[in-house]
Design a protein around this ligand. Structure first.
Ligand SMILES: NC(=O)c1ccc[n+]([C@@H]2O[C@H](COP(=O)([O-])OP(=O)(O)OC[C@H]3O[C@@H](n4cnc5c(N)ncnc54)[C@H](O)[C@@H]3O)[C@@H](O)[C@H]2O)c1
Length: 358
């Protein structure tokens, strides 16, 4: 028997193909009167439909969204929420739209109804992040956890492959690290392994047939469970590395996850024999090496596998940048299944930079 403590997060979950048509009713169930509708440019058509469902409940609409929530953007969106006397937000889109709604929720203490269109999983966590110049700061606050999440796989049918694959790897990273991150317990591990199984099974199908709504639904289900697993545990070594990479160089968040995950798992695997056995089974090869299986899934899903190929706001990531990333990430890691130094992380990052199969 293993003793544990689990804090259940309060949330209503609506999951169905076509569920987007119910979001107006979901907002009315929350008794909101002045809604701020947040979405990015890609979600305009979906947001138009939601605006129609909201009718006179919609107080203001906001369509400027950016990855990692820059502080000046958050400040402007917060001012718009104040001016419109908003009492609830509906956010539609990927982790960046959800992140902006969370940044407003932190200061305005108002609820969120989320309708995700990627696999980032932010809608299932109490974690929020803001980026000031090159530093990303995160915090935890229960107020940012959406009150309702509407999952509709039909919204993801046109998600392009170069977003779909890495976003699914972002989800996979949540569930894989939930197997050992601080706060893990038998229930979060069960969630995480089911998530890995669902993602590993559905991602190749989605990459082959992007408009297969059943496969999209299975992938979204895996991503939702991954978000729950992250939300109930914490960020581990892999997430800390990606967090530093994203904050320093403004890389595409999900691309960094795709490249780093197999290498982070290769590093931690020797300290986690039981967990790695279960992970390999969930990835479909009980006798396989999980780091290599993740790398093979990355190649099969055509996601980035080399840090050298990633481009940030100052151009391609340079090998000379890796030492600073290793130093910063080592300083952020407070607990890990095996001791980790900046030298270890530099070696890990060099493998990731070259795209070596672990
Ligand atoms: N707080 C958390 O728990 C948590 C968890 C995961 C990620 N995040 C944050 O989320 C952000 C990344 O989220 P993301 O990977 O979803 O990226 P994103 O929200 O920036 O979206 C990626 C791209 O996909 C496009 N897109 C989204 N949905 C689409 C659709 N259905 N069809 C076509 N295009 C679509 C967007 O316009 C954008 O160009 C990062 O800032 C990351 O830090 C936070």
């Amino acid at each position: 028997m293993r003793a544990f403590t689990l804090e259940q997060l309060p949330m209503r979950f609506v999951f169905a193909a076509g569920a987007a048509a119910s979001i107006g009713d979901e907002v009315r169930r929350c008794k909101a009167e002045r809604v701020m509708l947040i979405h990015d440019a890609m979600a305009k058509a979906i947001a138009d439909d939601v605006a129609e469902q909201l009718g006179s409940l919609m107080a203001t609409r906001w369509d400027e969204v950016a990855q990692h929530v820059p502080v000046p953007l958050a400040e402007r969106a917060r001012a718009a929420a104040t001016e419109a006397k908003v009492d609830l937000m509906v956010c539609i889109g990927g982790g960046s739209s959800t992140g902006l709604a969370k940044a407003i929720a932190v200061t305005h203490r108002i609820p969120i109804v989320a309708m995700p269109t990627t696999y980032a999983g932010s809608e299932q966590t109490t974690i929020y992040g803001l980026t000031d110049t090159a530093h990303k700061q995160t915090g935890k606050d229960p107020v940012v956890l959406p009150r309702v999440v509407v999952y509709d796989p039909e919204l993801t049918l046109d998600l392009p492959p170069h977003v779909t694959g890495p976003s699914a790897f972002n989800a996979l990273a949540h569930s894989v690290e939930a197997l050992y991150a601080t706060g893990c317990n038998p229930i979060t591990s069960a969630l995480a392994l089911e998530a890995v199984r669902a993602i590993a099974d559905s991602l190749p199908k989605v990459m082959r047939s992007p408009r297969d709504v059943d496969a999209r639904g299975d992938l979204m289900y895996g991503a939702a469970l991954s978000g729950m697993a992250l939300g109930a545990t914490s960020a581990g070594l892999h997430h800390k590395i990606c967090h530093v990479l994203g904050g320093m160089f403004n890389l595409v968040h999900a691309d960094a996850h795709s490249v780093v995950l197999p290498h982070a798992i290769a590093f931690n695997a020797p300290a986690l024999p039981a967990e790695m056995k279960r992970l390999a089974a969930a990835l479909g090869s009980p006798d396989g090496d999980p780091a290599a299986l993740l790398w093979d899934l990355a190649v099969a899903s055509q996601v980035p596998t080399k840090l050298a190929d990633l481009v940030g706001s100052d151009g391609p990531l340079k090998r000379d940048d890796l030492a600073a990333v290793a130093e910063a990430a080592a300083a952020e890691v407070t607990s890990n299944p095996r001791p980790v130094s900046a030298e270890d992380l530099l070696e890990l990052l060099e493998h990731a930079y070259d795209g070596v199969r672990p």
